[in-house]
Write a protein that binds this ligand. Structure first.
Ligand code: NAP
Length: 270
């Protein structure tokens, strides 16, 4: 019941699942109080075993380095009659399928599922059925948009839409500071910065970027002067490099996690 686990529990409630049919685990008394406060009516336990033993669907939402502990606790309870949805970055369905006998789906949501505007991609893993994929998508559709994709793209998705909210936050922060730099009151600069990102994104549903640029940039005018500055300083290259770097890290992390788990596989397996 960390950030993403709690957000998924909220999504389940939005899809019509009763709070009393949801259980989550935490590791401390403090976590217990927090989770119960945030999601009244759900069962919160300090034991993974207690949560998993009677569950039909299990969401694995711990940090990659914490997976081994969880599998040690409950790996044997993850049987064919259970669906396991893992949102752990960098852990492939191949490894998950070897660690458990559960039906496996891998998802990559982003933190915006907290606000109901998340972007999630899911991939079918070993033993998962069409119904499992449908159920998982309906869950993530309740808190945003869900794409079904081939797993080979999941590390790229992690870099783009998984990490994306942090990048958008940085861009908005820069716009806000720029607004202050050119003399706007701070709160006005803040609102305008968020509004322009939202309105620009909405326009992009119906127009291509170059169409918007052509509509906004008067020859010899204000916008084209800003565009020239951005091009001279390599704005697009910088943004592309940011995603590429995150993608490389995501691929590296996958290798580290999978090597660690494979080294312990005989101890962990089923
Ligand atoms: N945050 C994102 O934007 C995002 C997006 C997509 C995917 N993800 C993936 O989602 C996963 C969770 O990320 P998060 O941001 O939600 O992290 P988080 O807030 O740190 O949540 C992880 C939770 O797992 C708990 N935990 C750790 N070991 C445990 C164990 N052995 N048994 C039971 N619970 C245990 C932690 O408890 P304590 O609080 O006691 O440590 C914590 O509450 C990660 O694998 C991440 O890659 C995150």
């Amino acid at each position: 019941m960390g950030k993403i686990g709690t957000a998924i529990a909220k999504a389940l409630i939005k899809t019509g699942v009763k709070a009393c049919d949801i259980a989550g685990s935490v590791r401390s008394e403090h976590g217990l109080m927090r989770a119960k406060g945030e999601l009244p009516g759900i069962h919160v336990a300090l034991s993974n075993e207690e949560v998993v033993k009677d569950a039909e669907v299990i969401v694995l939402a711990v940090k990659p380095r914490q997976v081994v502990d969880v599998i040690n606790d409950v790996g044997k309870l993850l049987t064919e009659d259970k669906l396991m949805i893992s949102v752990v970055a960098g852990l492939s369905t191949r490894i998950l399928g070897n660690l458990t006998r559960a039906r496996v789906i891998r998802g990559m949501p982003n933190i915006a599922i907290l606000e109901g505007s998340g972007v999630t991609a899911v991939s079918r893993g070993p033993r998962a059925t069409d119904t499992d994929v449908e159920f998982t998508c309906s869950l993530f559709n309740a808190v945003g948009k869900c794409y079904i994709i081939n797993e080979e793209y999941l590390n790229a998705v992690t870099a783009l839409s998984g990490s994306g909210p942090a990048y958008v936050a940085m861009i908005v922060e820069a716009l806000w500071e720029a607004g202050i730099l050119v003399g706007l009151p701070s709160d006005l600069a803040w609102s305008l910065s968020i509004d322009v990102i939202e309105s620009g994104a909405r326009l992009l549903n119906s127009k291509k970027p170059w169409e918007i640029i052509s509509d906004v940039a008067t020859p010899g005018g204000v916008t084209i002067s800003g565009i020239k500055f951005a091009e001279e300083r390599g704005l697009k290259g910088l943004l592309m490099g940011m995603i590429e770097s995150a993608y490389r890290r995501s691929t590296d992390v996958q290798k580290i996690i999978e090597d660690t788990i494979e080294a312990n596989l005989s101890k962990l397996r089923k």
